[in-house]
Every structure is written in structure tokens, then in C-alpha cells.
Design a protein around this ligand. Structure first.
Ligand code: ADP
Length: 266
């Protein structure tokens, strides 16, 4: 632990003496270290595409100036790299918005069934591109939760996008919704959202760290898939804001299931 030590002279006769206090400031040290790590990570993540962009601009201004084939190829790479920076900035802004609102209880009544259906529609092209079959197992009646609709959509989108991206080509992604009369941990009626894939799964040693910012099991694969490493960190903060909880279950060669449990309206 880290302590801040204060010394002072006390003069209250007859109790004259020296007062020494020890403040445990370990939590401040840890928070400071986390902030420094975060800034270092962000800088590194931004610098990689930026360095590539600067390199290609220089080449286009110099040696490749009159080479139309090289120019087209380099411009395509530059578009990919600027897209990467754009997604990173978008996710950083989302994270900071969610963090800023973490103490404000969301007040809209949102139907999760409708929200999952419309998210599935918007992700259909991505699934088609990866030859992934999306299987909805949804109740017929609406399931209302007190929520922030945009944030909840982001939870569903991030989990489904990951399942499609990491679940492997020609896999199946199942999304289930169900109502629970009482969740034992939340001690209230709840709604359970489950997103399962049939991918190669995640080694259990990684699971506790998956929701950390910039934590990736396979950095190369994540980058190739256009990932920022922030998706699950954003999900975790949104779930916390909704007073819910999240579970990750995965076995190697058994696929992965992300479960989010949210308090429901009584
Ligand atoms: P990323 O932008 O890298 O996808 P996330 O925070 O969304 O960042 O996910 C963190 C890491 O968790 C990913 O890089 C990937 O290694 C792993 N991951 C997330 N979802 C799955 C999944 N459904 N199957 C296997 N690995 C996953």
C-alpha cells in the first residue's frame, strides 16, 4: 500500500506533542496508474494508423507521384487506416459518454424484443458477408426494461458483431431473450439476453480480462476485423449503468455465450 504521511505540532497544554497521521492513498495511486496506462494505450492505438497514413502521403508526394496503380493501392490502404482511426475516436467518445452518465439511472421503457429484431436486421449484411446464420429465439410478447435505448442497442450490436466476427465463417449465432420472475443476484424480475456463437471459444485465462479497455485475445485478428478493443468495455459500463450483470461462458471448441441480465419493469 501507499501512505501519505502528515506531521504536525500540537500545542494544547498540557497535551503538547507531535501528531502523525497516515492516509492510505493506494486507491489514488491505482487510479492514477490506470489513467496513465489508458492514455499510453490510446496514443499507441492512434499512432499506428497515423504513422501509416504519413508514410503513404510521403510516398504519394514522392516516388509514387506518377504511378496510377500504386496510387490506387495506397489510397485504399489510407482509407482503411483512416477508418480505423475514426472507429477508435467513435468508441472513445462512447466510452466517455457512458462513463459520464454511469450514475444517472436510465428512465425510458424499452422493448428489448423490438430492439433485438431491428439490430438483427441492420447486422444482416455483415452476417451474410461472413456466411453466418443468425438465429433469433425471441418471445412473442414485448419485454420492457427501464433503459437508455441507444445504449442498449449498442450492447446488443457489440455482442452480435463480436459473435459474427469471432464465431468463424459459416457459423451460427443465436440470440435468446427470456423473462425471469426473479434473478437471485439482482433480487428483482429480470430479462436475460444471451448471444451464443459456434466459434472456437476463448481460453478461460482470458475471460476475466475481456472487458478491460484494449484487451484482446489475438490483437492481430482483432485489428484485421476492424476492432478497437473497446467494445466489451463499453458493454460492461452500459450494463453497470443499467444495474445489470454480465456473464461470459466459453470452452475451447465449444463456442462462446455472453449473457446480460437486466432488471425488468415489475
Ligand atoms: P474488439 O474490438 O477487439 O473486438 P472487444 O472489446 O469487443 O474488442 O473484444 C475484446 C476481445 O474479446 C476481442 O479482441 C476478442 O479477442 C475477444 N472476443 C470478444 N467476443 C468474442 C467471441 N464471441 N468469441 C471469441 N472471442 C471474442
Amino acid at each position: 500500500n501507499t501512505y501519505q504521511v502528515h506531521c504536525g505540532y500540537l500545542s494544547f497544554p498540557p497535551a503538547n506533542g507531535v501528531l502523525v497521521t497516515f492516509d492510505d492513498v493506494t486507491h489514488l495511486e491505482t487510479a492514477g496508474q490506470m489513467r496513465r496506462d489508458f492514455v499510453a494505450n490510446v496514443s499507441h492505438e492512434l499512432r499506428t494508423p497515423l504513422t501509416a497514413l504519413m508514410g503513404f502521403i510521403e510516398t504519394l508526394q514522392g516516388p509514387a507521384r506518377n504511378d496510377p496503380v500504386a496510387r490506387d493501392r495506397f489510397l485504399a490502404i489510407m482509407a482503411t487506416e483512416s477508418g480505423r482511426m475514426n472507429r477508435l475516436v467513435r468508441d472513445l467518445l462512447s466510452l466517455s459518454h457512458v462513463e459520464a452518465e454511469e450514475r444517472i439511472r436510465p428512465g425510458q421503457s424499452v422493448d428489448l424484443v423490438g430492439l433485438v429484431q431491428s439490430t438483427l436486421r441492420s447486422l444482416a449484411p455483415l452476417a451474410e458477408k461472413s456466411e453466418v446464420t443468425l438465429v433469433p429465439e425471441l418471445p412473442d410478447a414485448p419485454l420492457a426494461v427501464p433503459a437508455d435505448a441507444d445504449q442498449l442497442r449498442q450492447v446488443v450490436t457489440n455482442l452480435l458483431e463480436n459473435a459474427i466476427k469471432y464465431g468463424g465463417r459459416q457459423g451460427t449465432v443465436t440470440v435468446r431473450l427470456s423473462h425471469m420472475m426473479r434473478d437471485p443476484a439482482l433480487r428483482s424480475p429480470a430479462v436475460r439476453l444471451e448471444v451464443s456463437d459456434t466459434g472456437p471459444g476463448i481460453d478461460p485465462v482470458h475471460i476475466p480480462r475481456l472487458t478491460e479497455r484494449f484487451y484482446r485475445v489475438d490483437s492481430h485478428r482483432s485489428r484485421e476485423m476492424g476492432g478497437t478493443g473497446l467494445g466489451l468495455a463499453i458493454v460492461k459500463h452500459i450494463v453497470n449503468r443499467h444495474r445489470g450483470r454480465m456473464k461470459i461462458e466459453s470452452g475451447q471448441e465449444q463456442g462462446t455465450t455472453f449473457t446480460v441480465i437486466l432488471p425488468a419493469l415489475d
